[in-house]
Design a protein around this ligand. Sequence first.
Ligand SMILES: NC(=O)c1ccc[n+]([C@@H]2O[C@H](COP(=O)([O-])OP(=O)(O)OC[C@H]3O[C@@H](n4cnc5c(N)ncnc54)[C@H](OP(=O)(O)O)[C@@H]3O)[C@@H](O)[C@H]2O)c1
Length: 250
Amino acid sequence: MSRLKNKIAVITGGNSGIGLGIAQAFKDEGAKGGIVGRNQKTLDSAMAQLGDNFIAINADVTNLDDLEMVFKKTSEIFGKIDVIVANAGAGIVGTVATIGEAEYDKTMDLNLKAVYFTVNKALPYMNDGGSIVLIGSNAAHRAYPNFTLYGAAKAAVIFFAKAFSSDLLGRKIRANVITPGTTDTPAFEKFVPLEQVDAIKTHFASEMPIGRIGQPSDIGKTAVFLASEDSSFILGTEILVDGGMSYLAK
Ligand SMILES: NC(=O)c1ccc[n+]([C@@H]2O[C@H](COP(=O)([O-])OP(=O)(O)OC[C@H]3O[C@@H](n4cnc5c(N)ncnc54)[C@H](OP(=O)(O)O)[C@@H]3O)[C@@H](O)[C@H]2O)c1
């Protein structure tokens, strides 16, 4: 398949989980480009899967100088960028009663400010007619316990898809957002003890209207669609890739 042949892409968080699933799907469709993360070990293992058409860039998306470096470096190596996937993020937990200023800033810096500046810093290095794919979360639609700020940040990311598309009409750059439901990624291991991960995944699968949790490849296929010409009439919209969990009663 070659729906992204000759397209240059940058995927933040492309070294793990959903981002890696997107990078693999992009590679399978002929794209080249860069993946971005901070963990050199997972950057290296991702590169072993992605091959020579990709580079790994060790950078922190909450650091604006790092972001500038990411897009400059990618465009110097591959040429102007066609697709940006702002995927890096994490569900930092807490309630309005427990989250103080430091955690507030940390959550918003990663899940909202970094998304804005990923796009802001990428624009000078992007081709007109390109595609921006943002990664939201079903936590934007339902108030899950402890995902108060994360859900608020992701709700704003869904708005960004509309506003960025409007802002960039003159350059024909489209922005859309994918809203994953519970997806099988290493993020689980950051929230629950390793020995409980399988049981938690089984529990989540039983709660899903579709009967399973998502795989990174589910998100990867949708990102290919939004990055490609197949979606050329689609902008400012949200695609739920959530097994029905946001809106279907079970
Ligand atoms: N898994 C789910 O159920 C689910 C559901 C809805 C939405 N999402 C969203 O999907 C996206 C990916 O999540 P995931 O489940 O795939 O999690 P994951 O496996 O933990 O991956 C998170 C990625 O983000 C990168 N990252 C985090 N902070 C970063 C920073 N400051 N600078 C650069 N990279 C950073 C990580 O790389 P390093 O560690 O190397 O920095 C990693 O590659 C997130 O936006 C998340 O909110 C996930």
